[in-house]
Design a protein around this ligand. Structure first.
Ligand SMILES: Cc1cc2nc3c(=O)[nH]c(=O)nc-3n(C[C@H](O)[C@H](O)[C@H](O)COP(=O)(O)O)c2cc1C
Length: 395
């Protein structure tokens, strides 16, 4: 916590007073805390309390500072943004991208980790609108500190009481540690399909959208790594701070990846590379005639095997998209290609390609196995790095 810079957002609920106690603890632990309050939060606790605790100005309006754009400056100078307590209203705004005050503008502009601790009446918490809004936030990678059951302000018992301070602090500690977990690592990630031309308008490819690799790249960046992403043809985009190298064919992916991998400390090969390509690409569109078109396919270079052969001390993680005998095939590929770990997913009936969800198992060493479970690709990317960072720390 020491020297961490935390932006604390306080919303208009009874538990706003608990945010003052949290601020005091954070300051005592050496964190630099900046506080932003909604208008209604100030009905419950005065900004003066937070100003005295942090010995800093408290931010309450989009329109105060003339010399800088406050919501951008606030999130750029923080390591994490914690919203404690988060009202049903602010949760709804976050879920739908509404930015009508300083706190919600800052949240929308934030590329730092967002920690949200809801607190409200049980009926509000259990309302389908809130349930759905929280689901959306979780899916986008927001860390939620679930409220507890207990005595509520309405003098009834139920779920919705702000999580206790110890739990919020523990979550913040984990999130902050993660932001530095991959600091100093140079990571190369391949993602997406490749496209092998038959003629100028036709090609052989597969259903990969590159989302899994892009999410892994995004998460590596969020954990402090320097990231190069070699990305096949897909409409999906990676964040600007990732150095993205666009390629089309397997040969281009090979040519772009191998030199980058020589300078990398971790390589993650998540691309769905075509194993074969047409032996020749026709210069002109092949005309439709009554005759069959026979396309002879030749082997593409095996990028993962080449990475395994020319390993320059980098930790090498492959991916195996399998439709049968997933783990046995994955284990065999791990050994044959000299990988340190392999993430196996089942792509039978299109699972794993595109879509929001995936299910991964990481195999490593002789018989190591870590099941990452099923979940949104963004969440799986976080679990992926939790596992890989721990494995790498042991090497
Ligand atoms: C006494 C009182 C207590 C409230 N407590 C909560 C609460 O704990 N959680 C919540 O979501 N809303 C609570 N509300 C409703 C919010 O204050 C209201 O939705 C407000 O507009 C939220 O503003 P904000 O989300 O911009 O901070 C409370 C309202 C009152 C009058």
């Amino acid at each position: 916590m020491k020297e961490s810079r935390i932006l604390l957002g306080v919303c208009g609920g009874i538990a706003a007073y608990k945010a003052a106690a949290l601020t005091s603890t954070l300051v005592q632990r050496g964190a630099v805390v900046e506080v932003v309050m909604t208008d209604d939060a100030q009905r419950f606790v005065g900004p003066l309390t937070f100003a005295a605790l942090t010995q800093r100005p408290v931010y309450t309006s989009l329109w105060e500072a003339q010399e800088k754009i406050p919501h951008i400056a606030l999130v750029r100078s923080a390591d994490a943004f914690a919203i404690v307590p988060a009202t049903a209203n602010v949760i709804a705004k976050l879920a739908h991208g509404i930015a009508d005050d300083l706190l919600t503008n800052a949240a929308l502009a934030a590329t730092i980790p967002l920690v949200v601790a809801p607190a409200m009446n049980a009926a509000m918490y259990e309302h389908p609108a809130t349930v759905e809004n929280l689901r959306l936030l979780r899916e986008r990678g927001v860390t939620l500190v679930e409220p507890e059951s207990g005595f509520l302000a309405e003098r009834e018992r139920g779920i919705g009481r702000l999580a206790d301070e110890g739990k919020i602090l523990a979550v913040l500690e984990t999130v902050l540690a993660r932001t530095r977990e991959l600091e100093g690592e140079r990571i190369v990630i391949t993602a997406g399909p490749t496209r092998e031309p038959i003629d100028p308008v036709r090609f052989v490819s597969n259903g990969s959208t590159g989302t899994t690799g892009i999410e892994i790249a995004r998460e590596a960046l969020a954990r402090g790594a320097e990231v190069d992403l070699v990305l096949g043809p897909t409409s999906a985009e990676a964040p600007g701070k990732i150095r993205t190298h666009r390629v089309t064919t397997a040969q281009e992916m090979y040519d772009a990846t191998l030199p980058l991998a020589q300078r990398a400390s971790i390589v993650v090969a998540a691309a769905a590379v075509s194993d074969w390509r047409p032996s020749r690409a026709h210069a002109q569109k092949v005309k439709k005639t009554g005759a069959e078109l026979n396309v002879e396919m030749v082997r593409n270079p095996d990028i993962l095997a080449a990475l395994g052969e020319h390993k320059n001390g980098a930790y090498l993680v492959g991916f195996a998209a399998e439709t049968e005998e997933h783990e046995a095939n994955g284990r065999e590929k791990l050994r044959r290609k000299h990988l340190d770990a392999i993430a196996v997913n089942d792509v039978a009936e299109g699972r794993g390609f595109g879509g929001g969800e995936n299910e991964l198992v990481i195999l490593h060493g002789e018989d190591g196995r870590i099941a990452l479970g099923r979940g949104p690709k963004r969440e799986l990317a976080a679990r992926f790095w939790d596992a890989i960072a721990a494995l790498r720390a042991k090497t």
